[in-house]
Design a protein around this ligand. Sequence first.
Ligand SMILES: N[C@@H](CCC[C@H](NC(=O)CCC(=O)O)C(=O)O)C(=O)O
Ligand code: ZN
Ligand code: ZN
Length: 399
Amino acid sequence: MDPTDPIAVLAALIRCPSVTPHEGGALTTLQELVEPLGFSVERPVFTEAGTPDIENFYAACGTGPHLCFAGHTDVVPTGDEADWSAPPFAAEIRDGMLYGRGAVDMKGGIAAFVAAVARRKARGEPGDGRISLLITGDEEGPAINGTIKLLDWVAARGERFDASLVGEPTNPNALGDMIKIGRRGSLSGTVAVKGRQGHVAYPHLADNPLRTIVAVADRLMAEPFDEGTAAFPPTNLEITSIDTGNPATNVIPGRSTLTFNIRFSDAWTPESLKTEVLRRVEAARTGGSYRVGRDAAEIAVEWRGRPSESFLTRSDDLIASLSASVASVTGKSPQLSTTGGTSDARFIKDHCPVVEFGLVGQTMHMADERVPIADLEALTEIYDQFLSRWFASRAAVAA
Ligand SMILES: N[C@@H](CCC[C@H](NC(=O)CCC(=O)O)C(=O)O)C(=O)O
Ligand SMILES: [Zn+2]
Ligand SMILES: [Zn+2]
């Protein structure tokens, strides 16, 4: 396979059914592509009780300023294959589009980066510094045996990165729209309210926990958490479920839960936000207008999963190198944004400055995930130019 051709590389990767947590042949394909380019490859497997073992990938080449490209080869499940117009792991090309699971999220980003590096090697430009690929098979899953552990594994070997580029799909509509220069934080929790089960026709003998859940929902959502900050959109809370587990229409449930997720700006830390959530829940416990004349309800709050902190990258040369490369290829001045979800950049930011730029995300996780061939070519050129600009900026600093 020609490693300078991002379409051939992406097609080979898509043909590997690497649905989390399965490697599916994707890391072997990557190894076979980059070893002939001079990269040394290691594939550590990380484990943790209660989670699937995950194979990861670290490849590095060269000496000098160190740029780490980071991403994932795992993909989300296909869903009903009948909803696809082409088999999801066949890498079919039709009307200038390459179809397949992972086309944009994010095997396409990896293919473009490999092709960019291969083109530089073919041109005889391998010597500007150190380039590594830090690739996990656990981004779409719990993200416990992936990037976070791989970063520590690399650091324990004495390697350090000067900067990192994550190839996640960052563009909302068209290539060149958006670079991610940080990510919001994320905090999830469940509020459980204890009541007393009973007959709906005899409510004085029961205690409906939904009266309190409604007050909790109201308090959690009523006041804005902030108005946004210079670099972040306003903090937002979404209630993702309210449950009682009660199938009957004539029974007052004995217990109810409310689950929420907050995406938050740099005005908050996970700890300060937890304090604010607990304040709002307490206000609802004692002040709900649907419980007049009753004792305050019994409420417990459980934090779910691992919260993510917000972060903002302040490396001017890294952002400038990427912006200039995007502008040069697409003719657009990309927005520098912290919108959207979290990514593994939340782990990388503890090791070095990190920015993110990849394909257009519109079809990610959908049936018929696809990438325009032209975007794949353009992204390869952007990554190639970015490497030149970033290494030049490092050389200028060193001079
Ligand atoms: N499952 C993982 C990480 C979940 C990350 C997810 N990120 C996105 O969907 C990125 C999409 C985008 O920003 O365009 C999220 O924000 O929930 C875990 O929970 O560790
Ligand atoms: Zn992704
Ligand atoms: Zn994804």
